[in-house]
Design a protein around this ligand. Structure first.
Ligand code: MN
Ligand code: MN
Length: 314
């Protein structure tokens, strides 16, 4: 964007109390309030692809509500994510709750309107199905994408009830459609699978798995460094299913799994991706009906803050 223009940051919390201000992410300006931007935050309130508890359609609103305490300076990365780049809230992409294929096409169209070679996007989901149409839009601009996927689950299954587009299948479809660069990662995988073959299939799609147990043994900083080295200088997409966190840290989600990452571990790993060529990211599967005391919404907002900081650090 035009560097001559002043960047518009957050509403000043010392003039307008946080609980009185706008409902945009972190109280940043709406896309209609600035002429251009570097990063658009956009909600996709869609959960027609879930296999268990519904409710992630209310995720974007919950994450925005949980983001009101985010402050301008990130001392860990020494960046100002809302002042060193122009970040805007682009509202929500309205999609059909009844027709998944139509909804996915609408997401691709909506993301395509927001991105360019140097305009990036942070998506607030929504269930994990939406990662596929976001990757379709990013691939059209950047070519094959290096995927770093945080999740308790592989999300590379084939079909559910014969349906190919669900929140358990986006990355198998992305692989089949040629959207992914070789060497994608899953981080935080744990617990039960349908069959040992699930892991064989997943490896066949080129994924490397870092389980939640391995994160505990290796340490978050080492995992972050490993990911940074693996993605190199390729365009990177970071997809964060909030169920990568232990239910103690993020109860408000649709398919909770015991034994997950702490929010501190996840945030530290994400800091390891600062300085890579991030072209997009998502935070999905926040379902506020199962949340308590905004634990999940606040964790998701903090994830968004680290991702936006990682965008800045490029
Ligand atoms: Mn999951
Ligand atoms: Mn998932």
């Amino acid at each position: 964007m035009d560097r001559e223009r002043p960047i518009i940051g957050q509403v000043n919390a010392l003039e307008t109390p946080r609980f009185a201000g706008p409902t945009t992410f972190a109280r940043i300006p709406s896309i209609t309030e600035v002429p251009d931007y570097d990063v658009a935050v956009v909600g996709i309130p869609f959960d027609t692809g879930v296999s268990y508890r519904p409710g992630a359609r209310f995720g974007p609103a919950a994450i925005r509500a949980g983001s009101k305490l985010l402050r301008p300076y990130n001392p860990e990365l020494r960046v100002r994510p809302f002042l060193d780049q122009q970040v805007v809230d682009a509202g929500d992409i309205a999609v059909s709750p009844f027709n998944i294929v139509a909804a996915l096409d609408a997401v691709t169209a909506g993301i395509t309107r927001l991105i360019s070679a140097d305009r990036r996007v942070l998506v607030l989901g929504g269930d994990h199905t939406i990662a596929l149409p976001v990757l379709r839009a990013l691939h059209a601009v950047h070519g094959p994408i290096a995927l770093v996927h945080f999740d308790a689950h592989l999300d590379t299954w084939d079909t559910y009830f014969g349906e190919p587009y669900t929140h358990g299948t986006p990355f198998r479809r992305a692989f089949e459609e040629g959207l992914l660069a070789p060497g994608a990662f899953h981080v935080g995988i744990r617990n039960s699978l349908y069959d040992a073959q699930d892991l064989v299939d997943d490896q066949g799609f080129g994924f490397t798995i870092v389980t939640s147990v391995q994160v505990g043994h290796e340490g978050a900083a080492a995992v972050g460094a490993r990911l940074r080295e693996a993605v190199g200088d390729r365009p990177v997409y970071v997809s964060v299913d909030i169920d990568v966190l232990d239910p103690a840290h993020a109860p408000g989600t649709g398919t909770p799994e015991a034994g997950g990452l702490t929010s501190r571990e996840l945030l530290e790993i994400l800091r390891g991706l600062a300085g890579t060529r991030l072209v997009g990211a998502d935070i999905v599967e926040v379902a506020p009906a199962y949340d308590h005391a905004e634990l999940t919404a606040v964790a998701a907002a903090a994830v968004g803050y680290e991702l936006l900081s990682a965008f800045t650090a490029r």
